[in-house]
Design a protein around this ligand. Structure first.
Ligand SMILES: Cc1cc2nc3c(=O)[nH]c(=O)nc-3n(C[C@H](O)[C@H](O)[C@H](O)COP(=O)(O)O)c2cc1C
Length: 157
């Protein structure tokens, strides 16, 4: 089995996390995997928020606890909030976000990291989290051809 098929088959959702810090290079590789996901008309409606701040993780954890199955958000050394902007793609933003998220969890697996995902779309947690985080603004033209850069797509918190 090749590496891609192996990752697809053997990646599992992880819900308990060690506190060990994650290499910046690995975080970067995971963001790269997200930005190279396919999207309708290559609109790339995703934005990523990388969260290491414990106060923010606790706030996310609290906001999520009521409406989704809890997944160790406050324990994980790094949480990546994958957002999509429906103004950029009113038709397929959610599918694009799901594709990016899947790429990112497969990338984490390939790098030897455990990862899980929580879907909050349409829940009370979504509303609460929108209040906690200032979401990225409108799209700018990308200087980088085929994909927007990690810097254009990501906030580090
Ligand atoms: C859109 C989506 C939302 C999910 N939300 C949660 C969640 O809120 N809490 C959780 O513990 N797992 C969540 N999961 C993980 C699934 O429970 C998990 O993928 C499924 O049980 C299969 O297990 P595996 O990923 O280990 O193969 C979610 C998965 C997807 C694709």
């Amino acid at each position: 089995m090749n590496d891609v098929l192996n990752a697809i088959k053997n990646r599992r959702t992880i819900r308990r996390f060690k506190p060990n810090p994650i290499d910046e290079e690995k975080i970067r590789s995971i963001l790269e995997a997200g930005r190279w996901a396919p999207s309708f008309s290559n609109l790339q409606p995703w934005r990523f928020i990388v969260i290491k701040d414990q106060g923010l993780k606790n706030a996310l954890d609290k906001a999520s606890r009521e409406s989704v199955l809890h997944l160790g958000i406050n324990e994980a050394p790094v949480v990546i909030l994958v957002c999509v902007d429906r103004r950029i793609d009113p038709l397929h933003a959610i599918e694009a976000g799901a594709a990016a998220t899947q790429n990112m969890t497969l990338a984490a697996y390939s790098l030897g990291l455990g990862a899980g995902r929580i879907g909050i779309w349409g829940t009370e947690a979504e509303v609460a989290i929108q209040k906690i985080f200032k979401l990225p603004e409108t799209v700018r033209e990308s200087p980088e051809g085929l994909r927007k850069s990690v810097e254009e797509l990501t906030q580090f918190r």
